[in-house]
Design a protein around this ligand. Sequence first.
Ligand SMILES: [Mg+2]
Length: 326
Amino acid sequence: MKRRLPDVLQRLERGGLETSTHATVGEGDATLAAAEAVERGFDIIIAAGGDGTLYEVINGMAEKENRPPLGIIPLGTTNDFARALGIPRHWDAAVDVILQQYTVAIDVGKVNHRYFINIAGGGSLTELTYEVPSKLKTMIGQLAYYMKGLEKLPRLRPIKLNIMTDAGEMQEEVMLFLISNSNSVGGFERLAPDASLSDGLFDMLILRKCTLPEFIRVVTLALRGEHLDDPNIIYLQTKFVQVTSPDYVQINLDGEFGGTLPCVFTNLPRHLHIFVDETGQSSYKQTGLPLPHLPNLPNLQQLNLKLPWKHKGGHDEDEQDKQDKE
Ligand SMILES: [Mg+2]
């Protein structure tokens, strides 16, 4: 990533944006940098990194009153949210999306005092994403999650939950629960097929207590997006969820550790504006593009940008190098 920084800045400046960068130095630093950028009145904030960076940046922005639009340059090991929004995976195409200055408003999930934009979950399975060492993530990317998942399967244990939603209250023994904002999470492209990022509703999926063969069947169905009718699945849409448990249950927010139950999840409708491709034609897989001809935009000349670069433990650094080889 550091190697790519001058190219990214040059392309932004050729597009008429005056930039200021921040290289993050560790966990939580992107949150502080984003909060400071909002307070200092920057017109745009750009998160360059993966889902972990984005999670930190939105946590720095979400509580502020005047939130500038957010650009995403997906340079991490996992970029679920960028993919859900069709933000191109290659850095130059992603920069061009920002330069086009077209935004959509998206919902943000609030959990106790934290925020998420992609997915929240709890249960023994969801504990695995942050258990994967970051070095392993860099080496084998997404595969690391599945390997860790397979290793953990026999250790799955049900948890007792009391769940309150817009529809009422229920007590269930469950393997895991997911509260999704987008429809695509962690390699499951159709986890919540009807989820919308801007309808003010969470898509909630609950997997009831089941046997290991049933669990594997549901996961297989979920890979194809055919799991919602399975008797082991409870699916609903809701603005509000309160979850309590007599068990110790960790919460995962956008792939990061997000505290433990009890939790109150509230949907903040259309809370953040994110730069996306207006034509809807770009995709996460799109690769390098020539710099487009851009008209002179005098009102953009004085814009300041904040770039919370992230290289926590160095694991985001070489992702673009890998992409370039693909
Ligand atoms: Mg929604």
